[in-house]
Structures are given as C-alpha cells and as structure tokens.
Design a binder for this molecule. Structure first.
Ligand SMILES: Nc1ncnc2c1ncn2[C@@H]1O[C@H](COP(=O)(O)OP(=O)(O)OP(=O)(O)O)[C@@H](O)[C@H]1O
Ligand SMILES: O=P(O)(O)OC[C@H]1O[C@H](OP(=O)(O)OP(=O)(O)O)[C@H](O)[C@@H]1O
Ligand SMILES: [Mg+2]
Length: 281
C-alpha cells in the first residue's frame, strides 16, 4: 500500500485535500484521524505537520508527501521535488522597517528573524553575508517592533501582513514557493507515486485549460491553427458544408477571451468553451 504524507494543518492542508479529492482519492476533509486508509486506491494517508513532511519522506518511511518548497529546502531532508502543484504560491523575502535597509549588503551584522532559519542561513552564507538568525515560530513580522530583530525573512503573499507591521521588502526574492509533491531522494519513485503524480498532473491541467470548439472557413484554417495550436495538435473535423471545418483544441484558461477575440477576427464562429473535468495527458 502506498503511503502518502499530507499536511494536517495550515494553509496547505485544505487545498491539498481538495486536489487529492479531484484526483479521485478518498476525501480527507474534516478528518481528525492521524492516518486514513483509501483501500480503493491502495493508499494510506498520514496527516502530519507540514514542516515535518519532508523529514518523513526523506527518511523513506512514506513514499511521497505534499509540502511547501520553502519547507522542503528548510528541512535539509533527503527528499526531492517531484512536481510543483500550483497552490500555496508565495515568495520568501527579506523585509525591514520602511526605508531602513535597501540592499542585502546592509544585512551584515544585523539580526534576522524567521521561521525558516536553515533556508535563510544558507542564503546568507552563499552570499557571504554575516548576520544573526533569530528563530521564531510565527508572527515574525512583529519581531522588529518588539525589538528582537532588525529585519525579517518571511513568506509574503499579498504583502498585507508586512504593511501592517510597517515593513517593506528589499532585495531579490529569496525563493518562489508553492506546494510540491516530494519523494525520497535516494530511490526511484514507487510505481504508485507515478500514478499519484499522473493524477495530480491531470488535475493541474484540468484547472489550467479549457476546451474550445469553433467552426472556421477552410480558407482561414491556418490562421486559426496558429491561435489554437492545442497540446499535440488540434482536432479538425469536416462539416457538411465543405467550405467550413470544426476545430477542437485545449486553450489556457487565462487567455480564453483573448483567444476567442482573435479567432473571431480571423473568421471563426460558434466559438464554444467548456471546462475540463479531468484528464490524463
Ligand atoms: N499567506 C500565505 N499564502 C500562501 N502560502 C502561504 C501563506 N502562508 C504560508 N504559506 C505556505 O504554507 C506553507 C507553510 O505551511 P504551515 O502550515 O507551516 O504554515 P501556515 O500556513 O502559515 O500555518 P500556521 O501559521 O497556521 O501554522 C509554506 O509552504 C508557506 O509558503
Ligand atoms: O503577504 P500576506 O498575504 O499578508 O501573507 C503572508 C503571511 O501569511 C503567513 O502568516 P500566517 O497567517 O500563517 O501566520 P504566521 O506568521 O504565524 O505563520 C505568513 O507567515 C505571512 O506572515
Ligand atoms: Mg504561518
């Protein structure tokens, strides 16, 4: 039975459960269990702290897990990223009171508060910056006001928390993070992990693409093909009226309306868009 570690709390847990449900696994929602069997899929889910998941996967006691890239790198565990999962996207950045620190060099000799000590220490060491890393469990943004640090290194999504604390980011982002599927570094992925991975990929594609159908005059088919090249190649079917063809292609969701406008301009009509429920590429 495949053993998969999933986040039991925090901002990763709900979207991870949602994604696994869309991938056909047993619903993990509202589960207070520590472990949940999904015999239909020959899988056992272990609910673990997001920060610990890389440790279990690295030790090889579970076959795969879902965690954040930042947490994986901070763990130094013998686990590797198998696939990015497109949710819990954030950047990891330095921030200091507005106007006080504007470049990484100025971090020399300062105190940096963070929950990601290893990640931050690695980053500073690689750049030859000598600073003191102060470990805090959370609410890191308050540390400067409260006098335990001169700056912070933390997860930034909208920036609201930083602004509320009177802090401003500076320098390049330390990391772009998102949820990732991880597996042990020292071995090939177990066969069940490939199945899990294909299913999760299917969910990602179904979320990112729509199916577009339209009719276009044969004379303008090449223009239309350039606008909707599809994944492999679009499906083209004859219509009863031989001067027209019907086309079906996958299109990235965010460009749906732009693509429809462009298709209309080259003479396509009856442009229909449907969402994809599931897919296996
Ligand atoms: N506001 C946010 N937006 C996007 N991703 C976030 C946000 N806060 C944390 N994350 C991501 O969630 C993961 C951390 O999960 P974790 O559960 O430890 O912290 P959390 O979501 O802040 O929960 P809590 O602080 O309640 O323990 C990291 O990968 C981090 O990048
Ligand atoms: O840029 P924003 O949209 O404001 O989001 C970023 C904040 O969200 C998370 O905090 P969380 O609420 O998890 O609290 P924590 O710091 O105690 O973990 C993270 O640690 C940042 O503080
Ligand atoms: Mg948090």
């Amino acid at each position: 039975m495949l053993r998969i570690a999933v986040p039991n709390k925090g901002s990763l847990s709900e979207p991870a459960a949602q994604m696994l449900a869309e991938a056909g696994y047993r619903s993990l929602r509202n589960s207070r269990e520590l472990v949940l069997a999904d015999p239909a899929n020959d899988v056992e889910f272990f609910f673990l702290r997001p920060r610990d998941i890389a440790v279990y996967v690295g030790a090889g006691t579970v076959d795969a897990g879902i965690t954040g890239r930042d947490l994986l790198l901070d763990s130094h565990a013998e686990a590797v990223e198998h696939r990015p999962l497109g949710f819990a996207r954030s950047t990891f950045r330095f921030a200091a009171p507005t106007g006080q620190i504007t470049s990484l060099e100025q971090v020399n000799g300062k105190r940096v508060a963070t929950s990601y000590d290893v990640l931050v220490a690695d980053y500073l060491a690689e750049r030859g910056i000598d600073a003191k890393v102060v470990h805090l469990d959370g609410a890191v943004e308050s540390s400067v006001q409260l006098g335990v640090a001169d700056l912070v290194a933390d997860v930034v999504e909208t920036g609201t928390t930083l602004r509320a604390a009177g802090l401003e980011t500076f320098g390049e982002p330390i990391l772009q993070s998102e949820a990732v599927l991880i597996r042990p570094a020292d071995r090939e992925a177990a066969p069940g992990v490939h199945t899990l991975d294909r299913r999760l990929h299917g969910v990602l594609v179904a979320r990112q693409y729509v199916l577009m159908d339209y009719d276009v005059p044969v004379a303008h088919m090449d223009d239309a093909m350039r606008i909707t090249p599809g994944l492999e190649s679009p499906t083209v079917a004859p219509l009863q009226n031989g001067e027209w063809v019907a086309v079906r292609a996958m299109v990235r969701k965010e460009s749906t309306n732009q693509v429809m406008d462009e298709l209309y301009d080259v003479g396509a009509r009856a442009i229909l868009v449907t969402s994809i429920h599931a897919c296996r590429l």
